[in-house]
Write a protein that binds this ligand. Structure first.
Ligand code: C2E
Ligand code: MG
Ligand code: MG
Ligand code: MG
Length: 292
């Protein structure tokens, strides 16, 4: 009996695997078409300086407007694009679109705002990553000082020497280099120090757990202290509450990004943050009233 039962489990498992596999095959074919047909859009999320409440830069986050499935978040298709060999093409589209948008904002006489683009580790290991960034900057005419790239710790840990050289060249051009989701990989700050990094972005999970776990709080405190001593800028990701904002401010964190300030929104909507206003005032004023 046990045997029969096991067999059923396996055939059910096989069936699910097959369904999953065929879903993937369909989505992969869709993705090829999507790149040709331009089914992607960028949303932008502001990063805000904790002292002034002003926008320091905006992060471009890609979405796929799938004709049948609606808007898909990047976790539904970035890995697929990597595995399907399409990530370079997608990244180039993202970079070009983000740089054109930053130019358009500049030409509309809004204060110049830097735009941050996420680079997949797969893309980063390609020999011509610098060339492709230069080509985009050349064709869009964007000042390199208005471009930021976000790379993950895992990208840093592969092919050490090559990564370090490319990053140095990009930074020499005036591009800002950020490490994304910091704390989730296995790199130490002393290792990071070997790379020309401007900014560390503390992963959202630490910010999420910080208010209820003293260990997470201690990690955040340590990251901020060490990053500061290495003269790096620190951004906290995923800030959703005033409590988190206040705690991070007390710790001396430089910038925050998260739903508290804004969800990622389209280019038109994010532009309302490009003013001299203090975008944190409303939140902190509300907290002061509660306290007082
Ligand atoms: P990421 O670069 O760490 O981007 C931040 C993610 O956290 C975004 O998710 C954003 O919507 C979300 N987020 C921001 N603030 C909050 C918050 O307060 N609470 C919560 N719960 N979430 C918040 P999104 O847009 O779904 O992107 C997920 C990941 O996909 C990104 O993580 C990035 O690694 C990747 N990604 C996005 N766009 C691109 C792209 O153009 N190229 C590549 N290679 N990867 C991308
Ligand atoms: Mg990012
Ligand atoms: Mg991140
Ligand atoms: Mg993250």
């Amino acid at each position: 009996h046990a045997k029969g039962c096991g067999k059923n489990v396996y055939s059910l498992f096989d069936k699910r695997m097959n369904e999953h596999a065929s879903e993937r095959v369909t989505l992969l074919a869709d993705l090829r078409q999507a790149i040709e047909q331009g089914e992607f859009v960028l949303h932008y999320q502001p990063k805000v300086d904790l002292l002034t409440g002003k926008v320091t830069s905006v992060e471009a986050l890609v979405r796929w407007m799938h004709p049948r499935l609606g808007m898909l978040a990047p976790d539904k298709f970035i890995r697929l694009a990597e595995e399907g060999g399409m990530i370079a093409e997608l990244t180039e589209w993202v970079m070009r679109t983000a740089c054109l948008q930053a130019r358009a904002w500049q030409e509309a006489d809004l204060a110049p705002v830097r735009v941050a683009v996420n680079l997949s580790p797969f893309h980063f290991q390609r020999q011509d990553v610098k060339q492709s960034i230069c080509a985009v900057l050349g064709s869009t005419g964007l000042d390199p000082a208005l471009l930021e790239i976000e790379i993950t710790e895992s990208a840093l840990m592969q092919n050490d020497e090559y990564t370090c050289r490319v990053l140095s060249e990009l930074r020499d051009m005036g591009i800002t280099i950020s490490v994304d989701d910091f704390g989730t990989g296995y790199s130490s700050l002393s290792y990071l120090h070997r790379f020309p990094i401007n900014t560390l972005k503390i992963d959202r999970t630490f910010i999420l757990n910080m208010m209820k776990s003293s260990e997470d709080q201690a990690i955040v405190t340590a990251i901020i202290a060490m990053a500061k001593s290495l003269k790096m800028q620190i951004v906290a990701e995923g800030v959703e509450s005033v409590d988190q904002l206040e705690t991070l401010k007390d710790q001396g964190c430089h910038e925050i990004q998260g739903f508290l300030v804004s969800r990622p929104v389209n280019a038109e909507r994010v532009a309302r943050f490009f003013t001299d206003e203090d975008h944190l005032q409303a939140h902190t004023a509300a907290a002061d009233t509660l306290e007082g």
